[in-house]
Design a protein around this ligand. Sequence first.
Ligand code: SAM
Length: 204
Amino acid sequence: MKLYSRIIFPRLCDWVMSDPEMGKLRGEVLAGVEGEILEIGFGTGLNLAHYPSGVRRIATADPNPGMSKIARKRIADSGIAVDQRASGGEELPFEGGTFDCVVSTWTLCSIPEVGRAIGEIYRVLRPGGRFVFLEHGLGLDPKTQKWQRRLNPIQRLLGDGCRLDLDVPTVVGSQPFADVRFDWFEMERVPRTHGTMYRGVAVK
Ligand SMILES: C[S@@+](CC[C@H](N)C(=O)[O-])C[C@H]1O[C@@H](n2cnc3c(N)ncnc32)[C@H](O)[C@@H]1O
């Protein structure tokens, strides 16, 4: 793994993603999460402070050891036991039907084979289990989409593989979830290219 990915990007990401508007959104989507929980793309552990107080343990999957290292400090302060796995979402090291909830925030954009990862999320959920997501993605108007395509090369470089124009509803809808509900909105202080958000729950 390149130095930028392992050392610089985790610090940059931690700083950018600690934004209070993002924190508020984290708390809102995680409010109903319970049972056996898996968080993919755990990053630096910024969701830990926003899990409901009843959550005492979670499993996580993130392939970047630089992210996991920063996360360890937050884990120690959180009171939540975290089973950290160094895996990409494309190949989750868990039995099928293990989890009540799989959580993903600002992560699908960074997964190279995101279709495979959604398949894995579907596999590890138990029947009736929920995939809870909060993701940035494809702009709603052609002008935003055009700018997203233009900015993608630099975003991929600076954002360690992150793409701006992921069609989140289509990707989630590629698995046979029994029910998918989502809404979209634009973040207040972020340009539409980066701040068109998809927030939802897909039930297996
Ligand atoms: C923008 S960060 C978001 C981190 C965290 N989810 C948050 O909300 O703060 C994207 C995360 O996706 C992770 N990631 C990259 N490739 C991945 C993959 N193939 N599977 C799962 N996560 C991946 C990165 O290591 C990084 O932690």
